[in-house]
Design a protein around this ligand. Structure first.
Ligand SMILES: O=C(O)CCC(=O)C(=O)O
Ligand SMILES: [Fe+2]
Length: 331
């Protein structure tokens, strides 16, 4: 049977009784085991917030480059603007390709309290202040509201995951309550010239954290997922849904019972290239920097001993980010 990316309504988990909640968890378990991607509906996030995000972000990306690079991302943190040509996601898997054909703007946590954990010096400055474009006050308010709503959805999804894995529903709570999630708005501009050989909008990679919540638009040249048979599946565009995919830490936690699936963003067809653009928002949910990722007890037995060493969330994400930004230092 060909793999498909299922659509799962999570409202029975959020509002229903025990049997309904378990049915959602069972459907999520199947999706995470088979393909590592799902489309989530019934999430309660208003469409108007997504529309507002698109509006204000489109305004920012339309500004001249000289202005956008005032917010250029420094090397020691994941905050601000990355211009075309400075990232290659395939580098995160040690594949050398031309840079991804995209620009982006990223923020981190918006409500970090002032305490020892959040102030601690880390190589990646996980709680560095965000940068906000000047002269666009609605950018900050809208992005902050969106980030908070994604935090809520990610917390619910991690509870569904815990139940789906046969763990206590709250198992992940204290591993993600001081998370270091980066949120990026990804803008894939028109391709006036044909892309370079091997150049994609986003090269083949897996995500680095626990899960990613993506809100793509319906533009041509979109997200594709590598199925177990080696083929590439288009992620269907469902206007009401968020795309959710697993990251590396979930594969490690589950001892590969669940998959951190390879994916990429392909170029638009050549005939459309000069006009086609794409905007996608990605909330890269990343547990607390000191969360130790170790095989869950429900995911190992005598026939399937733990396959991974232990790592921390902070170490893993910063190692991967440095790889995908290497092209910026070399170019
Ligand atoms: O553009 C998208 O929809 C997702 C891109 C992606 O997979 C990523 O940046 O990790
Ligand atoms: Fe990704």
């Amino acid at each position: 049977m060909a793999a498909t990316i299922p659509i799962i309504d999570i409202s029975p988990f959020l509002k229903g009784g025990d049997a309904q909640r378990r049915a959602v968890a069972a459907a999520v378990n199947t999706a995470c085991s088979e393909i590592g991607f799902l489309l989530v509906t019934g999430h309660g996030i208003p469409a108007s917030l997504v529309d507002d995000m698109r509006g204000v972000s489109t305004t920012f990306f339309a500004r001249p480059l000289e202005e956008k690079i005032r917010y250029r991302m420094p090397p020691d943190r994941y905050r601000g603007y990355i211009a075309l040509g400075n990232e290659a996601l395939a580098y995160s898997l040690d594949e050398k390709t031309p840079p991804d054909y995209k620009e982006s703007f990223s923020i981190g946590p918006v409500d970090a309290p002032d305490d020892a954990y959040h102030r601690a010096a880390t190589p990646a400055n996980f709680f560095a202040p965000n940068m906000w474009p000047e002269g666009l006050p609605e950018f900050r308010t809208t992005w902050t509201a969106y980030y908070r709503s994604m935090e809520g959805l990610a917390t619910s999804l991690m509870r569904i995951f815990a139940m789906a894995l046969g763990m206590d529903e709250h198992y992940f709570d204290d591993k993600v309550d001081r998370h270091i999630t980066n949120f990026s708005m990804l803008h894939y501009p028109p391709q006036h010239e044909p892309p370079l050989p091997g150049q994609l909008r986003a090269g083949v990679h897996t995500d680095y954290g626990s899960l990613t919540i993506v809100k793509p638009d319906g533009a041509e040249g979109g997200l594709q997922v590598r199925a177990k048979d080696g083929g590439w599946l288009d992620v269907p565009h469902e206007p009401d849904a968020f795309v959710v995919n697993l990251g590396d830490l979930m594969a490690e936690w589950t001892n590969d019972r669940w998959v951190s699936t390879l994916h990429r963003v392909v170029n638009p067809p050549r005939a459309a290239g000069a006009a086609a653009r794409r905007l996608s928002m990605a909330f890269f949910h990343q547990p607390n920097y000191d969360a130790v990722i170790q095989c869950l007890p429900t995911c190992a037995d005598a026939d399937r001993p733990p396959r991974y060493g232990t790592t921390t969330s902070g170490e893993h994400v910063w190692m991967k980010i440095n790889k995908h930004r290497e092209i910026e230092r070399s170019g």
